[in-house]
Ligand binder design. Sequence first.
Ligand SMILES: [Zn+2]
Length: 220
Amino acid sequence: MIILKSLRRFSDLKLKLSPHQLYITQGKGTERPFMGDHWWVKDTGTYYCIVCEQKLFPSHYKFFPDTGRCHFFASEDGATRLSGDNPKDQEVQCSGCGSHLGHFHPEGPAPTHVQYVIESGSLSFKEKPWFTVPPTRRALKQPRREAKALLKKQKEAEREEQRLKAVEENKLIKQKAHEELLKQHEENRKNKEQKKKQDNQGDQKNQNNEEEEANKPKSE
Ligand SMILES: [Zn+2]
């Protein structure tokens, strides 16, 4: 049932979106920088989700670091959500339909010090020259909080990595020491054997000599 539903949704989307938009929003695609429709646009208005037409980013949340992509320092209240297991690579999704929008970076310019790097192919833009509302306090706080949580997760992951590395190194050191010990044992054993052999040979020689000595006077 779910498969049927998603198939139907996909075929509906196929009619609605261009292949590029389909690739970005449903296939989590990445577009080449400077190739999208919106990264350079400085007009006043609002950016919407291309799939479900949810309001995502007001144009005055946008900034222009010349990377050839759309950068926003916040989204509309609750319009996006973050997803992904890797704290270093968090995906930005539309909270309305779950479409892929771009990626989130926990470092950025004021006022939130974070950035949403969004693919042009996931956005539609409606110009509204007279319409600018300053961002709400919550809209500014939310991304900052998310960034903090992310940075904490990143640090934890790094610490865990270091711990695992230390454990691995310790293991190697122990293994080396063990191998060294085994080698020494083997050498000791070999030395002992050789000594025994030499002693045996010496005994035999002595015995032989003694026998010869014993035989000599008889033959004379
Ligand atoms: Zn959407």
